[in-house]
Design a protein around this ligand. Structure first.
Ligand code: FAD
Length: 431
């Protein structure tokens, strides 16, 4: 059995669905293939869906700011039907605590360049914004069984605070909204079907073969397979010219009841203790990790066989770290939370690029920080694909994209597979 189309997108996560939607809007006939039963059931479903703008390059800041406008204008962005259930944007602000690996003067400059308003809050300002916060400086993060974990601090922290930013209430629904939008543009979704082969003819991609035996012929194939992206690259025989490597990493995000003292907090990015803290409905908190050096990284060879059960040890570590910052937070005796897999790139920045195989494109390496960029990622990929297919040599003369919401000009060469590693990266999920 075989059919054909203009472009196959592998993966119906939040980014894959956005890529398919935007490609279809430019007139391409698109088929999305996903081995799961519906949209957003890969790493998207475990996402904390935090929206913030602190990144270490102008183009990454600009992409996040442009994408944020897409979230704010969501019904228009997806052309929603009146009857549709849509995601909600919780625009509650973000406080990013200053640590040595975050260059605050540089981030301030990038924010000013992009037109993002911010304030620098000292200890007093933070106490006003986040009732009950302990503003001691504890860097570097420590293991909770290290006696130094409980050492008093003689210094205080500062933070960069934006009133904009926050989170999306339901990451899977975001992918579903984008998939419905894509369907309205004529995109077909093929679920419960795994891509097992990438068809090549000379040095051009020619389609994909599914485990059902079906072949879908297409001159363009986009790998948006999240933590499975390296496997798809292997099937396509690409990767040799990459300077950036990709590797899946296991992550846990935990739930705890918020302390009564904590009223209307913003997102707290706290690399100083090694966690990020996000409010959740019902006066609870989501607490995720920021790769503190004292904890071993949980690399995964095959995402399909990773342990998807949360562990008591990591739960206690992350919630206790959050309790160092929010001393009224109680650490529950039994663990609750979710497990997800990041597709980590060697500099914690994504790859949005072509490859050495003509027609084969890559939106991968989202490194635990690209949910927020899904609205813009779809658009930059569609623009890149259309420019490269029209003959532009992106490897030599990088394609630029001007965001329609912000007017910001984004150099897509920043997201190249062949870039020099971003030396300003925090080396963590913050990118
Ligand atoms: C625990 C966790 C917390 C996160 N928190 C945040 C956050 O707060 N803010 C933020 O911006 N980002 C966050 N992220 C990152 C963000 O969620 C991801 O960057 C984003 O969801 C990736 O979307 P995607 O569409 O690229 O990939 P995915 O959602 O992983 O989708 C890939 C799809 O490809 C399919 N697939 C794979 N192989 C095949 C194959 N061979 N054939 C067919 N289909 C295939 C899979 O079934 C899957 O549905 C977090 C991620 C995790 C795991």
């Amino acid at each position: 059995m075989s059919r054909s189309c203009d472009a196959v997108v592998i993966g119906a996560g939040v980014i894959g669905s956005s890529v398919a939607f935007e490609l279809a809007k430019t007139g391409r006939n698109v088929i999305v293939v996903d081995k799961a039963a519906g949209p957003g059931q890969g790493s998207t479903s475990a996402s904390s869906a935090v929206i913030r703008f602190n990144y270490s390059t102008f183009d990454a800041v600009a992409l996040a700011w442009e994408s944020f406008q897409g979230w704010l204008n969501w019904p228009q962005h997806v052309g929603a039907l009146e009857s549709e259930t849509l995601i909600q944007v919780h625009n509650i602000g973000v406080a990013m605590i200053e640590v040595p690996v975050i260059n605050m003067p540089r981030t301030s400059e990038l924010f000013e360049q992009a037109g993002i308003s911010y304030e620098v809050l000292d200890s007093e300002g933070l106490q006003k914004l986040i009732p009950g916060i302990d503003t001691g400086r504890y860097w570097p993060p420590k293991r909770i069984d290290d006696e130094a974990f409980w050492d008093e601090s003689s210094e205080t922290i500062r933070a960069m605070y934006t009133t904009d930013g926050g989170y999306i209430n339901d990451p899977k629904l975001a992918a579903e909204n984008l998939a419905s939008a894509a369907e309205r543009e004529g995109v077909q979704f093929v679920f419960r079907s795994q891509v097992v082969q990438i068809v090549r003819e000379n040095n051009r991609v020619a389609g994909v073969v599914l485990d059902t035996g079906e072949t879908i012929e297409a001159p363009v194939v986009v790998n948006v397979a999240g933590p499975w992206s390296s496997h798809i690259n292997e099937l396509a025989g690409v990767g040799e010219d990459f300077t950036i490597t990709l590797r899946p990493m296991r992550q846990e995000v935990h739930h705890a009841t918020a302390p009564a003292s904590l009223i209307n907090p913003p997102i707290i990015g706290d690399l100083d203790t090694g966690v990020y803290i996000r409010p959740e409905t019902g006066h609870t908190l989501l607490i995720g990790g920021t790769e503190p050096e004292c904890d071993p990284y949980q690399w995964v060879d095959n995402p399909d066989v990773a342990n998807m059960n949360r562990t008591q040890e990591l739960f206690e570590a992350q919630v206790t770290r959050a309790a160092r910052r929010l001393p009224d937070l109680q650490v529950p005796s039994s663990a609750s939370g979710v497990v997800g897999i990041y597709d980590v790139s060697s500099d914690w920045s994504p790859i949005y690029d072509k490859t050495s195989l003509d027609g084969f494109y890559l939106a991968a390496g989202s490194s635990g920080n690209q949910f927020k960029n899904a609205p813009g990622a779809g658009r930059i990929m569609a623009h890149l694909i259309n420019e490269v297919e029209a003959g532009v040599n992106h490897d030599v003369e990088p394609v630029h994209y001007v965001g329609p919401y912000t007017g910001l000009r984004i150099n897509l060469g920043t997201f190249s597979r062949k870039r020099a590693e971003n030396e300003n990266s925090t080396g963590t999920v913050m990118g």
